[in-house]
Design a protein around this ligand. Structure first.
Ligand code: V47
Ligand code: SF4
Length: 382
């Protein structure tokens, strides 16, 4: 492995890029300026080779996925993010919906006897779905299936819930955790820089609020993910600023599992005039994230957003996780124009997708414990 990075170091003429490659070989952290230099000057081949080197050093060929399903309680939302194609003002018109606790519980029960390990619950911020509502939901889900990992609520939903309940972040988080909330998904982070946030999601929780909610979860021993919505009006510097804040919090708590870049999709929203990023830029971003975020164990390509083939490609650009089976209940991306209009994949499909690019499929749970190593069963598909 070191032979190929030595070739890269020796063949790179630019002194700055050469020094970054040397740092990667020596397992040293790169600076913000170096991160920016990678965005400005690093070719796809260069950043890809470095990211793949790190990915293989950390995980070999192992590529994780899980068996999960999504519940979106509502798409009614008090906020009005310019990039959102999903939210509605009312539940009773224009594709709006709101689910009762019993309806959500029926969705959980539909998986009885099926080997799912995680339910992912994220939705709009409904003015009437409050803390008590979600505490009851958590308790009922856990009463029905205690071992099912509940990963739920973006920091945006939590911030609103806690403020309405007049609870501190720490107290609110503790109550939800006691009711059954196991970990937090990474949504709502968008781009932390206030000058970009002001233009794309002015009215919801700011960077400090988002980070303090994740910090409170980490302090309770919970894990969480972090996302970054990229490829719209942000500059390279904003991406580095975003990742720097995440890297700093991770140094402090170690509570993040996974970084998930989310590609901005432009269908049917107030930013439809903004072109989407190219696949080359997508792959460069994945690679630079892998290089810069040296303290994040995993980088995930969220296939419903990126598309299956691009998620496969990302496995050569630093990515070692492609999320899960998901099931067809997730609307946030289909409504924004993702290629994946039916975001569901069987375990068999996920395993063969990973095998096609000569990686090793391993089913994990939310916390990355190995559930089943499919590479030990080469001839078995499921
Ligand atoms: O915060 C909304 C994004 C996020 C668009 O933790 C859009 O495992 C692109 O939390 N184009 C919510 N993105 C999704 C989320 C999530 C998703 C997958 C995995 C995990 C995890 C968490 O969806 C929002 C926003 O950044 N989003 N609209 C759009 N037009
Ligand atoms: Fe609401 Fe989330 Fe859409 Fe923003 S992205 S409008 S918070 S549902």
């Amino acid at each position: 492995m070191n032979a190929s990075i030595d070739i890269l170091i020796n063949s790179t003429e630019d002194a700055g890029l050469k020094s970054i490659a040397q740092k990667v070989k020596d397992q040293q952290r790169i600076t913000d300026e170096e991160g920016l230099m990678l965005f400005q000057k690093g070719s796809l081949g260069f950043v890809g080779a470095l990211a793949n080197h790190i990915r293989e050093r950390m995980h070999g060929d192992t590529t994780y996925f899980n068996r999960n399903f999504h519940i979106e309680p509502t798409n009614v939302c008090v906020f009005s993010c310019a990039f959102c194609s999903y939210s509605r003002l009312y539940a009773y018109k224009e594709d709006g919906w709101e689910l009762s606790i019993e309806q959500m519980l029926d969705m959980v029960k539909a998986y009885d006897g099926k080997p799912v390990t995680e339910v992912h619950i994220v939705g709009g911020v409904h003015p009437k779905m409050n803390m008590d509502y979600f505490i009851e939901l958590m308790q009922k889900v856990k009463a029905h299936r205690p071992e099912l990992h509940v990963k739920a609520f973006t920091a945006v939903e939590l911030d609103y819930m806690f403020r309405k309940a007049k609870l501190s972040t720490e107290e609110g988080m503790k109550r939800l955790h006691e009711a059954g909330l196991d970990s937090l998904p990474g949504g709502g982070a968008e781009i932390f820089a206030p000058e970009i946030r002001k233009q794309i999601c002015d009215d919801k929780v700011d960077a400090e609020g988002w980070l303090s909610i994740h910090e409170a979860a980490h302090k309770l021993g919970m894990h969480s993910n972090a996302t970054m919505l990229y490829g719209h009006i942000e500059q390279y510097g904003h991406r580095i600023d975003h990742m720097r804040r995440l890297r700093e919090l991770q140094d402090k708590t170690g509570g993040f599992n996974t970084f998930i870049p989310l590609k901005f999709r432009n269908m049917d929203n107030d930013m439809s005039h903004v072109p989407e990023s190219t696949i080359t830029e997508d792959m460069r971003l994945y690679a630079i994230a892998r290089i810069y975020l040296d303290n994040f164990p995993h980088i995930k390509a969220y296939w419903p957003m990126l598309g299956r083939q691009n998620a496969q490609l990302a496995l050569s650009f630093g990515v070692n996780d492609i999320d899960g089976t998901i099931d067809d209940t997730t609307k946030i991306y289909t409504m924004a124009g993702s290629e994946e209009q039916t975001p569901t994949m069987s375990t068999e499909e996920l395993v063969s997708l990973i095998r096609q690019v000569k990686r090793r499929p391993v089913e994990r749970d939310t916390l990355y414990n190995v559930v089943r190593d499919f590479s030990l069963e080469e001839n078995v598909l499921i």
